[in-house]
Design a protein around this ligand. Structure first.
Ligand code: SAM
Ligand code: SF4
Ligand code: SF4
Length: 275
């Protein structure tokens, strides 16, 4: 079994844009703190993904179009058209999904595509404008806490449910173990995305676990929810973890950001023109 199959359960999420009409605090794609159109995927990018999938004989079970707010990508209709063709021609059992916050233009654009609910499922999270949901504090890096000193981040593969829940992620910068990995790399700028779909080896996936998961706030939440002491190599570190989870919240309506995120975001904003 190769790694793609092992972790993603045949699922891929394509983040078409990191632009959004809302500014949710703690957004897991960092759209609230750094929305951008510069990472928008093009029709050619998605055609490349389809070609690589077909050439590899890789049959996705689910493709989810996501973002940001995907419909804000100016090539949205054509991109969805490419994926509908992929389903029709090569992979009829593949489930196509779109994630949205309820942005009204999505239904207009879907009507243009003339598709039925059977061809594309829409997941509407119905967020009210101006009202931030209670989100997990994505921008709190485990790396910034003493208890994660010497933590083996490749263990994430056994801890994190997002790997199979979301599946592999694809954005303008390549393939990632999950969409949060992709979002972290966008801000920290390590350029760790795999540029080509391949049945890649375990050591390569580990590069992303080691390089990116240490900045992922979802990891603290996943570990806390599992209620086990096994993740740390000593009792003291586990106790400290529980104290820190209270001091720096796992869930919040307000934007929470730890040291490494503040510094990465400053560098990102100096380099990029955010609006
Ligand atoms: C990144 S959003 C993109 C789609 C769309 N903009 C939306 O909000 O539904 C994908 C999903 O992630 C959820 N989400 C985003 N940030 C989160 C966080 N920090 N904690 C929990 N869920 C989060 C959203 O509520 C949504 O269901
Ligand atoms: S609507 Fe979705 S993508 Fe936009 S900021 Fe909120 S969670 Fe992030
Ligand atoms: S810890 Fe975060 S970045 Fe790493 S796999 Fe889990 S959700 Fe993705």
């Amino acid at each position: 079994m190769n790694n793609i199959d092992k972790y993603n359960k045949g699922r891929v999420e394509i983040d078409l844009t990191y632009n959004c009409n809302l500014f949710c605090n703690n957004c897991s794609r960092c759209c609230g703190i750094a929305k951008s159109t510069k990472d928008d995927m093009s029709v050619a990018d998605v055609q490349k993904f389809v070609k690589e999938s077909v050439d590899l004989g890789y049959e996705w079970k689910r493709i989810k179009i996501n973002g940001g707010e995907a419909v804000l990508n100016s090539q949205f209709v054509d991109i969805v058209g490419v994926l509908l063709q992929y389903k029709k021609k090569y992979n009829q059992t593949c489930v196509l999904e779109i994630g949205t916050n309820g942005y009204p233009k999505l239904s207009e654009k879907i009507q243009v595509l003339n598709v039925t609910a059977e061809n594309i499922k829409v997941f509407n999270s119905n967020k009210a404008i101006g009202c931030s949901p209670h989100f997990f504090t994505f921008n709190v890096a485990p790396y910034d806490f003493f208890e994660f000193n010497k933590f083996c981040f490749y263990k994430v593969a056994n801890i994190c449910g997002y790997l199979c829940q979301c599946g592999t992620s694809l954005n303008k910068h390549g393939f990632y173990s999950c969409p949060m990995c992709a979002a972290i790399d966008r801000i920290f700028g390590f350029n760790l995305g795999f540029k080509k779909l391949s049945r890649y080896a375990i050591d390569k996936t580990c590069i992303q676990f080691l390089g990116l998961c240490k900045f992922c706030g979802m990891l603290r939440c996943e570990m806390y929810a599992k209620k086990t002491t096994n993740f740390f190599n000593c009792k003291h570190k586990h106790e400290l973890f529980l104290v820190n989870c209270k001091a720096v919240p796992l869930v919040s309506k307000k934007q929470v950001m730890s040291k490494s995120w503040k510094s990465a975001l400053t560098k990102y904003k100096n380099k990029n023109c955010c609006f």
